[in-house]
Design a protein around this ligand. Sequence first.
Ligand SMILES: Cc1ncc(COP(=O)(O)O)c(C=O)c1O
Length: 477
Amino acid sequence: MTQRRDIGDLFAQAAGLASGYRGAIDEASTPPMDYAAMLAAFDLPTPEAGAPAAAVIADLATRAQPGLRAMTGGRFFGWVIGASEPVGVAADFLTSAWGQNTANYAATPAAAAVETVVARWVLELLDLPRSASVGFVTGATMANFVGLAAARGAVLRRVGWDADGDGLFGAPPITVLIGDDAHTTVFSALQFLGLGHNRVVRVAADADGRMRVDAFATALASCQGPIIVVLQAGQLNTGGFDPAAAIIPLAHARGAWVHIDGAFGLWARAAPAVAHLAEGFDLADSWATDGHKWLQTPYDSGYAIVRDAEAHRSAMTIAASYLPPVAAGERDPSHFVPELSRRARGFASWAVIRHLGRAGIAALIEGHCRLASRMATCLAAEPGVRIVNDVRLNQVIVRFGDSDAATEAAIARIQADGVLFAGGARWRGQWVMRLSVISGPTTQDDADRASEAILNAWRVVRGANASDDLARNAQAG
Ligand SMILES: Cc1ncc(COP(=O)(O)O)c(C=O)c1O
C-alpha cells in the first residue's frame, strides 16, 4: 500500500505526466501504435509480487502513450466526441481522489449537492422545463435508457399496468415510433428495456435524416394503445434535427410520450446563433444528452432528463434498509440513474460550466458551426469532392470521386498522413468521410490545416486513380 507520506509525490507525478501529454498533443501527428502492439506492451504475466506505486505509474504512462490517439487535440474530427476540457480533467482528478460513492445525499453531501446545482444549470442552459429531474449517467446511451425506462413505466401506468413492479409479460403492447436514421444506441436502449430493437415502427426520413412529418402522421394514425415517440436533435452524420415543433403536438394529442436523443445536438439550444435548429424540443417528455461531447467534460458524463420527476424516480429508485431515508422534496443521486455505487459525476460538469459560463459555451458551439461550414466551403471547391449534407451545425459528410473506393482511399491517406483524424461512415448506401467539428481546442488554423491536408490527400488519390486509368486505357488500346 502507498504510504500517506508518498501520496503527494505520487499525485504530482501523475499530474506531471498528464500535463506533459496534453502539452504535446498539437505535435502528435503520428497515428498511434496499433492494438496488437499495445497488447504486447501491456501483456505481463499476472503480477505475483507488487511494485512501488511511482514505478507503476511511470511504467503505465510509458506503455500506454504510444497507443493513445490525439482525441483531445484540435484536429481530431472523428466520431462525435469532445476533448476533455482541462478544468474538467482537473476536477476529475479531485473526484477520484475524494472517492465519494455518490448514491445518497446524507452520505456524501458535497457530491449530491453539486449534482442538484448542475442539474439546474443544465436545464437553464438547454432551456428545458426547470422542474425536470436530471440523472447523471455514463453517457447518452444510458441517458436514452433512463429516459425510455421512464417512458415505458409512464405509458403503461396510464393503461393500468405497473411495468416497474410486474415487468412486461402480459403487459399491453407499446408501439415505439422512431426515425429511420436514429442513432444505433437508441435501438440498444430499447433492446435493454425489453421493447426490442426490431419491434419498432421506423418512420421515413428526408435526405438529411430528419423524420418526415407526413410519414409520422400516417404512422401515428395506425397506432393503437400506449405509444412512445423517439426524436433526434442532431443526426450523427448530418447534424439534422427532427421537426419537433410539428411532431410533438401530434404525438401528445394521442397521449404518446416523446423522448429526445440529443446527445450532442441538444446543445444547439445553448447557442443563440443555432438555437433555432433545436426549436420545439423543449415540448418533449424526456431528453438524453452528453456532457462529454459538446460541453467537453471528461468521459463518463451524460444527463438523463425527465419532465415528470416521479416517473423518472419510479423507473430508477433503489431502496434498501441500510440506505439513509430521503427527506421529502430532497434528491438522492441514485434515484435517477441505474447504478448505486458510482463516481461523483457532478464535480467535473460543475467545473466546466463554471469555467466556460453560458457565454463561453455559446461561443464554443457557434465557433464549431462556423468552422464546419468554412471547411465544407473550402472542400467543395475542389474537383471530385462533394459535400453530401446540408451543413447547418457541426457535422460535414464528404464524398470523394463519387465512389466508395476513392472515398475509402482518401480516408486511408488522410489517416496515414496524420495531420488530422477523420473516419468513414455509410450514408444512404454510400461510403462517406465524416468530419465532426466538436473538439474544444479546434481553432481556425486547425480547421484550415485540416482542410489543406484533406485536399492534399485527395489530390494524391485522384492522381493515382488517373494514372491507373491511363495505364488501363493504354493496355486496352
Ligand atoms: C445522436 C447520438 N446519440 C447517442 C450517442 C451515444 O452517446 P454515448 O457514446 O455518449 O453513449 C451518440 C454518440 O455519438 C450520438 O451521436
